[in-house]
Design a binder for this molecule. Structure first.
Ligand code: PEP
Ligand code: MN
Length: 351
């Protein structure tokens, strides 16, 4: 159930509502409010609200209205919010802000190296992806590598370099955060916090990202083998912690065939548009693991109505310290930016 709080609620009425909610929920989690559409909302498990609790809730001065939803995810649900969530990226730093999710916006292309490897590599790639027409720079400073012996990223130094690349190009920056205790540090440098597939159900991390003091948008990758419902519930953790700015990103799911790194589930994109109001992106790099498939799967993603793409680009993919096989060149990126922008315009009936 979602409870919308009256706008002019005084502190006494608010405290009374919170006390009632603590009793109803047995204080299973701290009661936090989220600002959505200029209204404060709180979601709780509808199954806990019996007829008596329902009457008590509706009698509260602080309550404007209640919504009962049948899905386990609540604030992320399209049944609660019919309009698409529109998220502005880069409003707190020295860059050109970009909006994702608004009905009229062009696909948002985030591009850059898998990992920040050096100052030279990052600044060269950043300028090249900017020239190619991407709107956001990606780059991993903290890398979740399968083997502890593989390159783990430059850490804090990588964050400094990302900030330098932003100043140089004006591109907002997205980078991955792997642990709850690092959320505030990463948020000092990034414009979007990325939560990777391996951490898609790291609930303390999701909560910490939801509470980040700058309310930076969170790009939440689909878990390696998450169902759509598990994924939306992971998004719900971030939103319920107070941050409604969640972007979902399909990056392929585990299957049995090693020909591609993962299986890109493109049907989840239109399905998610039915289930949720959150913006949806696709990562054609990690889903396929093969650079020759990236251009066509980028086009296919936009045709399936993804609102953005996150693509790995390297000036010399064969020498990349991480994920070179799936990395494309800036020249290939430029073509993808052009083709997907055309496709989106065609789909909106503009050409
Ligand atoms: C990445 O984008 O750098 C990454 C590690 O992606 P994923 O979490 O989808 O594997
Ligand atoms: Mn990668």
């Amino acid at each position: 159930m979602i409870i919308t709080i009256r706008q002019d609620t005084n502190s006494e009425d608010r405290a009374q509502l919170m006390a009632l909610l603590c009793r109803i929920t047995g204080s299973q989690r701290p009661i936090t409010t989220t600002q959505m559409h200029e209204r404060e909302v709180i979601a709780i498990d509808s199954a806990l609200v019996d007829a008596q609790a329902q009457i008590a809730l509706q009698a509260q001065n602080a309550v404007e209205q209640t919504h009962s939803l049948t899905t386990p995810y609540q604030l992320a649900s399209r049944s609660f919010q019919s309009e698409n969530t529109s998220i502005t990226i880069g409003s707190t730093t020295d860059c050109t802000p970009v909006t994702i999710g608004a009905d009229s916006s062009q696909p948002v292309i985030m591009a850059g190296p898998c990992a920040v490897e050096s100052r030279d590599q990052l600044l060269t790639t950043a300028q090249a992806v900017k020239r190619a027409g991407a709107q956001v720079l990606r780059g991993g400073a903290f890398k979740p590598r399968t083997s502890p012996y593989q390159f783990q990223g430059l850490g804090i130094e990588g964050l400094h370099l990302l900030a330098e690349a932003r100043t140089l190009t004006g591109l907002p920056v997205i980078t991955e955060v792997m642990e709850p205790g690092m959320v505030e540090t990463v948020a000092q440098y990034a414009d979007v916090l990325q939560i990777g597939t391996r951490n898609a159900q790291n609930f303390p991390l999701l909560l910490a990202a939801g509470r980040n003091s700058k309310q930076l948008p969170v790009l939440l990758k689909r878990g390696l083998s998450s169902t759509i419902e598990e994924w939306l519930l992971a998004a719900e953790y971030v939103i319920a912690a107070g941050n409604p700015n969640v972007i979902l990103c399909e990056r392929g799911i585990r299957s049995y065939d090693p020909q591609t790194r993962n299986v890109l589930d493109l049907s989840c994109v239109p399905l998610l548009h039915q289930l949720t109001h959150l913006p949806i992106m696709v990562d054609p790099s990690h889903s396929t693991g093969r650079r020759e498939l990236v251009p066509i799967m980028s086009r296919a993603s936009i045709a399936a109505e993804a609102q953005g793409l996150i693509i790995e680009v390297h000036p010399d993919p064969n020498t990349a310290l991480c994920d070179g096989k799936q990395s494309i060149t800036p020249e290939q990126l430029e073509k993808i930016v052009h083709e997907t922008a055309m496709l989106a315009r065609m789909m909106r009936g503009e050409v």
